[in-house]
Design a protein around this ligand. Sequence first.
Ligand SMILES: C[S@@+](CC[C@H](N)C(=O)[O-])C[C@H]1O[C@@H](n2cnc3c(N)ncnc32)[C@H](O)[C@@H]1O
Length: 217
Amino acid sequence: MDNVVDGSSEPAGPPRTDVLTSTYWQARYDEGRTGWDRGGPSPMLGSWLEAGILRPCRILIPGCGRGHEVVDLAARGFDVTAVDFAEAAVQNLQTRLREKQLEAEVVRADLLEFTPPEPFAVIYEQTCLCALHPSLWHAYEARLRQWLLPGGLLCALFMQTDKPEGPPFGCDLSAMQRLFSETAGWRWLGHPHRIDHPMGLHELACVIQKTPIPSLT
Ligand SMILES: C[S@@+](CC[C@H](N)C(=O)[O-])C[C@H]1O[C@@H](n2cnc3c(N)ncnc32)[C@H](O)[C@@H]1O
């Protein structure tokens, strides 16, 4: 796994002090410090399915963690690709998929280097952005856009917190509207919806579309 940021595989050069590494996240899984994990799919997944916003398609789940949503969507016939750079997360998900005899592509990779062979109709982004240092947000936003088909949907759950040292780094609405802006090639659909999180925080559920026709600017 060449593109995973960890002590053994990081290329020579200056250390990336601005990024939380796979070693950091692996340690959180090893130590059971996974307060973000609901133990099952987010209720918002069910709402988006019920509303017909999510229909079987080629879908990406970046920073999937233990991937409860991956299992649920795979069982519903979605063509799911799930990415995480923590070995524990990937292994846990692969084991559960095997036990349930379900298929999904599970990739261990750094999202800042991940290059899928084809774009996706939908990206389900559940508290992955808030796990990235804000200095990486622009690079990640550009990747999300690149990974989507024109007109594709970003179904996002943005964690709300004011803990500046993170993670989670707060993804407040105005910052998200600036990041996923019209000039950057995004269009917001409907209104953000508040979802309580077991950590005592809450998320904003937002549906943002990659504009169907690329801007000429
Ligand atoms: C807060 S957890 C959320 C996990 C999952 N989405 C959930 O809601 O249960 C963030 C996840 O993103 C992964 N992650 C963070 N930065 C990453 C990166 N640069 N590349 C790949 N995965 C990353 C971590 O390993 C962790 O599993």
